[in-house]
Ligand binder design. Structure first.
Ligand code: SAH
Length: 346
């Protein structure tokens, strides 16, 4: 009977070192192999040229190296690139490269599908199939770093966890991936250039504070009125705004980081003065920044971007209350790569 081989990239460096010691080899061999797997992104044991043939065969007999495969790459007229990424079990997730004049940002997925049910988001329709493993998250970043060097002549500079899935519902693996991304043995990126975006899972926001994480947090708020928020983000019934605010207060006390909110203004949903007043009230407890993001239609017409008068009202009222506000335009819409459009369509 064939024994199911283990994914070698699920092992920590320490575990790899122990494995070699058990095999009667030196612990140091574990470091060499680890370097091949993570720094040099080796796709096969044969690549590991400073390891003996015999050891490579032994590894081959015991392990597999799972890697993602970019199945399809689409390039937008604005330079945005969307990757359809095939996982070892043939499931697909998407990740996006977003170039600006000074940065290249990778927008990566944390789950296949999503367990949340935001009414305005295309990914929500896929349901959650499974969590991504740390190496599957890491590989998306490496793929985009390579594309950035190839097509934009510069390395990746920033990462946002705003692709498919709710990162705080796959917290452990997201954390492990970020460890790898920021470690000198991985990509050596600064955690300050990484943003984890969440719909707001209070317990996990507190855990992030307790874990003393160094990356940034963004909260997809969209409404500061419970009734309205529950109607567009039904899980808000389970995690109401008071709990969310309490968790964010905890986060702010621990990190002293300004809180960033993602917010779309929709016609007839949250475009009135009372909506922006509630937002101001909600933000009061800490220095805040509101990113007003453009709505990317997901084809059923139920949601429509509010008119520019409503956006101007938001900007004016927020600024008058000393809340930083930015109005962000979406990128890559022509290839369905913009926020909330990731749904494995092509
Ligand atoms: N689950 C996480 C990360 C994925 S969504 C979160 O909720 O933050 C990334 C961002 O895109 C979120 O701010 C989300 O609210 C927003 N978004 C979802 N659908 C959208 C759409 N159709 N148009 C614009 N933004 C959308």
């Amino acid at each position: 009977m064939e024994v199911k081989k283990k994914d070698i990239r699920a092992l920590t460096k320490e575990q790899l070192r122990e494995f070699f010691v058990k095999q009667g080899d030196k612990a140091f061999r574990g470091n060499q192999v680890y370097e091949w797997l993570w720094q040099k992104s080796a796709h096969s044991f044969e690549d590991m040229t400073n390891v003996s043939l015999e050891t490579r065969q032994m590894l081959q007999d015991n392990f597999v190296i799972n890697h993602i495969k970019v199945d399809q790459m689409q390039r937008s007229s604005d330079g945005t690139i969307k990757n359809a990424v095939r996982l070892h079990d043939d499931l697909i997730v998407e990740s996006v490269l977003i170039p600006t004049a000074t940065r290249t940002t990778a927008c990566v997925s944390s789950q296949v599908g999503c367990s949340l049910d935001c009414k305005f988001c295309a990914t929500a329709r896929l349901k959650r199939m499974r969590n991504l493993n740390p190496d599957e998250i890491y590989d998306q970043v490496v793929a985009i770093d390579n594309e950035s060097r190839l097509y934009h002549n510069r390395p990746l500079s920033n990462i946002v966890f705003m692709g498919m899935g709710e990162p705080l519902m796959n917290y452990n693996n997201v954390l492990k991936a970020i460890d790898k991304i920021t470690s000198p043995e991985g990509l050596g990126m600064s955690p300050k250039r990484i943003v984890v975006s969440t719909s707001g899972v209070p317990k996990m926001i507190k855990k992030m504070a307790d874990d003393n994480v160094k990356f940034k947090l963004a909260v997809s708020l969209h409404s500061a009125i419970d009734e309205v928020r529950t109607s567009i983000m039904p899980f808000n019934a389970t995690f109401p705004l008071n709990d969310l605010r309490e968790a964010l207060q905890y986060w702010y006390a621990a990190t002293k980081n300004r809180i960033t909110y993602e917010y779309v203004v929709w016609d007839g949903i949250n475009d009135k003065r009372k909506d922006v007043d509630a937002l101001v009230e909600f933000c009061k407890f800490a220095p805040s920044k509101v990113n007003l993001i453009e709505y990317n239609p997901i084809d059923d017409g139920e949601f429509q971007q509010a008119n520019s008068k409503a956006i101007d009202m938001y900007v004016n009222v927020l600024e008058a209350n000393n809340i930083t506000v930015t109005v962000r335009r979406s990128r890559g819409k022509d290839i369905d790569a913009a926020c909330g459009q990731l749904a494995n369509k092509s």
